[in-house]
Design a protein around this ligand. Structure first.
Ligand code: ZN
Ligand code: ZN
Length: 149
């Protein structure tokens, strides 16, 4: 198995490569993720930004999350596909959307956060860790704990 993964947007204008495998991966049911997802949650995988190469133009939209941290979401300005996001409390990390992976099986969710905000039709996966909100300590802690599983 090779390390890392590739992906791109619907129109192909944006292409990205990560030389690292995901550190952590999970569904987020927060309202901001839902509104940019096309369904009840976003599926995100986190890698060190140092391992990431992105080609093409990206538009971005930044807004505070519940935590007060600023989350900047990047998307293709031509086709609108969400590509990745950054959190100002987690410098050096890039969160890619599973939806734009060339091989969607690279995404293997370990957890779901903000389950309490999920619509009734977006069912919980009993095989992963489900959190009503963000686990205490925020995404940093979630990543630290998931990494030691
Ligand atoms: Zn595009
Ligand atoms: Zn979210």
């Amino acid at each position: 198995m090779s390390t890392g993964f590739k992906g791109g947007c619907l129109c192909g204008q944006v292409q990205f490569t990560s030389s690292a495998d995901p550190l952590v991966a999970g569904h987020c049911h927060c309202t901001d993720c839902r509104k940019t997802s096309g369904t009840g949650h976003a599926s995100n995988l986190c890698v060190p930004s140092a391992a990431v190469t992105i080609e093409g133009d990206l538009s971005s939209y930044a807004r505070p999350a519940d935590s007060g941290n600023i989350v900047t979401r990047m998307f293709c300005p031509k086709c609108g596909s969400p590509i990745c996001s950054h959190n100002n409390a987690m410098e050096g990390m890039t969160f890619f959307r599973a939806s734009v992976l060339d091989d969607p099986e690279v995404y293997q969710p370990q957890m779901a956060v903000y389950r309490s905000r999920a619509p009734s039709w977006d069912h919980a996966d009993p095989n992963i860790a489900n959190f009503d909100v963000m686990p205490e300590g925020g995404p940093e802690q979630a990543i630290a704990e998931a990494s030691f599983e």
